[in-house]
Design a protein around this ligand. Structure first.
Ligand SMILES: Nc1nc2c(ncn2[C@@H]2O[C@H](COP(=O)(O)OP(=O)(O)OP(=O)(O)O)[C@@H](O)[C@H]2O)c(=O)[nH]1
Ligand SMILES: [Mg+2]
Length: 430
């Protein structure tokens, strides 16, 4: 009963939460061309480099999420600052995170699906920030000596859940101790642990079932289910999530009722748990595998057979102990898999949130005064030198480009009206 110590925990590392951050863009450079005998060279500060992306890449060679157990933060390299002589900063390296094929990437905040890697394609999960423009970009005929360069944009960051959902053609499901692992060892070369106690199997295991020369399928032995599994009891969700990716289910019951349970009740109970975890699991075609026929009575086998035929469920009586019916089971499972389409990949429901660090603002009007709320604008204002033409120009541009001026006009601002930004008051001049 040692296995009970682990119940309900997520010890299998088929679900982990990690933080990822793409690289920041490098800052643009402020630099002026200098050459012997050239008195005042023009601005030549290059742009900052782009920050590295964070990419998630499904890899056949990776089969667990165990490497994510201790390392929880993944940060891509930032872009380098631009340099004089119009040199662009070096771009940051992309960070590639390798995960098992079939890992689903979920936004931790909204629980929306960002990507399903079961198609084997890599995905950019967080975009690197763009590099800032160097001062060379701000040179205009009227502004020959720009002291401005822009800082790089921050890289995207988010917290994601990586959830491994195993991909198998057939999943062996059922109560503990009904013989699921024994059956997998009968039909494939896999050698899962078999023992006469509950929750012997703690992690799903795959086996390849050979039918003929070119016909085979992959079966998964899934840890035992119990009543309440859909609420996390027993091994709960940690194995239910694997069932989502199985094409068909081999629903194993102990026909002999050797543990004093009724196989028909067991069958109903397991389906109830599947349905409460996820309704769509009930759409998966099932075969009822009546195991332990060697110790069952004829009446017990017949009772289950008639229940199945009355309900239009395929039934195969077997004994993993004597190998009775095992060939029929392999063939029936293969035939059912052939006529069942592969489960569709998870729908991508994630919508990128509006960037929080954009030039957003709010304007309210009170007693003919316009109050602008925009922390980023206050920062610019703080650094603005009212006696410096370029400096003022930069501030004016920020007002224009962010749409603040347009909004003020829409709100009906007149010349000489008061506009308040933080601690500063201005008169509006069109
Ligand atoms: N008599 C008989 N015993 C069987 C048969 N199949 C399995 N068993 C026995 O039933 C016990 C449980 O078998 P497992 O294969 O470990 O059962 P399981 O369903 O994988 O159990 P969990 O991993 O705990 O969910 C073992 O002692 C097996 O030897 C069978 O067909 N006949
Ligand atoms: Mg088992």
């Amino acid at each position: 009963m040692l296995g009970l110590v682990f119940l309900g925990t997520d010890m299998f590392f088929d679900k982990v939460k990690i933080k990822i951050k793409a690289g920041n863009g490098g800052d643009g450079a402020v630099s002026f061309h200098r050459e012997k005998y050239v008195a005042a060279g023009g601005p030549d500060g290059g742009d900052g480099g782009r920050g590295g992306n964070v990419i998630i890449k499904p890899d056949e060679k990776v089969d667990t999420l165990i490497d994510f157990r201790f390392k929880k933060k993944y940060v891509a390299e930032s872009g380098a600052t631009g340099a004089g002589n119009n040199r662009k900063g070096k771009s940051g390296e992309d960070l590639i995170i390798r995960v098992p094929v079939g890992t689903v990437i979920i936004d931790a905040e909204t629980e929306a699906v960002i990507a399903d890697t079961s198609n084997g394609e890599e995905r950019i999960i967080a975009l690197g920030g763009k590099g800032g423009f160097g001062n060379a970009r701000f040179s205009t005929p009227t502004r020959q000596i720009p002291m401005y360069a822009k800082s790089g944009k921050p890289g995207e960051q988010l917290e994601v859940i990586l959830e491994l959902k195993m991909i198998a053609d057939a999943g062996l499901i059922g109560f503990p101790n009904v013989g699921k692992s024994t059956l997998l060892s009968c039909i494939s070369a896999a050698r899962p642990k078999v023992a006469n106690y509950h929750f012997t199997t703690l992690e799903p295991m795959l086996g390849v079932v050979e039918i003929g020369m070119d016909s085979r399928f992959v079966a998964a032995d899934i840890p035992g289910l119990i009543e309440g599994a859909s609420e996390g009891l027993g091994l709960g969700h940690s194995f239910l999530r694997h069932i989502e990716r199985c094409r068909v289910l081999l629903h194993v019951v102990d026909v002999s009722g050797s543990e004093g349970r009724d196989p028909i009740e067991d069958y109903k109970q397991i389906n109830k748990e599947l349905g409460s975890y996820n309704e769509t699991l009930l759409d998966k075609p099932q075969i009822v595998v009546g195991n332990k026929c060697d110790i069952a009575t004829e009446e017990q086998i017949e009772a289950l057979r008639s229940f199945c035929s009355e309900n239009g469920i395929e039934f195969i009586p077997v004994s993993a102990a004597t190998m009775q019916g095992i060939d029929d089971l392999k063939k029936a499972a293969y035939a059912l898999i052939q006529k069942t389409p592969k489960p569709a990949p998870f729908e991508e429901t994630y919508v990128k949130p509006e960037p929080k660090i954009g030039r957003t603002f709010e304007i309210t009007e009170e007693d003919g005064k316009y109050f602008i709320e925009a922390p980023w604008l206050e920062r610019i204002l703080w650094n603005t030198d009212p006696d410096d033409y370029n400096s003022l120009q930069y501030f004016q541009n920020a007002l224009q480009e962010s749409g603040i001026v347009d909004r003020l006009r829409e709100m009906g601002v007149h010349d000489e009206d008061t506009v308040v930004i933080g601690d500063y008051e201005f008169n509006y001049v069109s």
